[in-house]
Design a protein around this ligand. Structure first.
Ligand code: SAM
Length: 254
């Protein structure tokens, strides 16, 4: 799907989108919690990459993150500024986020690569990796499915991705996939979220002992931490794989 088509489609239907899904009331509680946990740990700028009408960006700022929203569709950026005047937003493209290398602590890409032709997704993931500090996190939300395929999205054509294929693309771009969640809510398309960490480059942290690993070579296999997994240092896990990873990594970071 060309960027111009995506931009024009969202500009034409910006108000409709806002009414339908443009507030945090439309976001599943699990997703809010997942993103917030990572954003709270980010030490520096978080980019809401493909922020749409800005509700996620505002939510993150309200919870203390230093965040900027970036979007292709000027109508969304304008409406986001009106709706959330204290939050910084700018026009921009996922392919060229206009920040220095390694300057960003976290990136949220919530359903923002769904319209990108699969052959072009790697360029965006490379750009995310360029922007992030080593060890920085990316949280990506997307339509999940058993095979990579296009479908007719209400606004403009989109793609659903199998977890293992998007994970493989992330690993190709220099990320380690640290957690995966999938869910199908009644009346909704299957949802996926991937938490990925930009590699340090020299394996300083190592990956030994981390509870959540995803093997791109093993479609459909997601290894999760056991319930209440014991965590080195005595901090108990709570059964949430993403939490366990987070707590294990913190002492080693830096
Ligand atoms: C489905 S909406 C998601 C918006 C918002 N993240 C949300 O959760 O409501 C997809 C958004 O990604 C933006 N987008 C798509 N491709 C983009 C690109 N190449 N560069 C920047 N933004 C892009 C669109 O303009 C649109 O705002």
């Amino acid at each position: 799907m060309s960027k111009i088509r995506v931009r024009d489609a969202y500009c034409r239907r910006a108000e409709e989108y806002i009414q339908a899904v443009g507030s945090m009331d439309h976001v599943h509680r699990d997703d809010r919690e997942l993103v917030l946990k990572k954003a709270k740990l980010a030490d520096g700028l978080v980019l809401d990459a493909g922020c749409g009408p800005g509700h996620w960006t505002n939510f993150l700022q309200e919870h203390g993150a230093e965040v900027t929203g970036v979007d292709l569709a000027p109508a969304f950026v304008e409406r986001a500024r009106q709706r959330f005047p204290r939050v910084p937003f700018r026009d921009g493209s996922l392919e060229d986020l206009q920040v220095p290398d390694g300057s960003v602590a976290g990136i949220l890409s919530w359903y923002s690569i769904i319209h990108t032709d699969p052959g072009d997704v790697g360029k965006i993931l490379d750009e995310f990796a360029r922007c992030l500090k080593p060890g920085g996190y990316l949280v990506a939300g997307f339509f999940e499915g058993p095979r990579l395929e296009a479908f007719d999205h209400q606004i403009v054509g989109a793609y659903r991705w199998p977890v293992h294929e998007l994970s493989g693309a992330l690993e190709d771009a220099g990320f380690s996939v640290r957690g995966v969640r999938t869910r199908t809510d009644p009346g909704r398309r299957p949802h996926g979220a991937i938490l990925a960490r930009k590699d340090l480059g020299d394996n300083q942290l190592g990956d030994q002992g981390l509870g959540t690993r995803f093997s791109a070579a093993s479609p459909g296999v997601v290894t999760r931490c056991p319930e209440s997994a014991p965590v080195p240092g005595g901090v108990p896990g709570n059964g949430d794989d993403l939490d366990v990873v987070l707590m294990r990594e913190r002492p080693r970071a830096g």
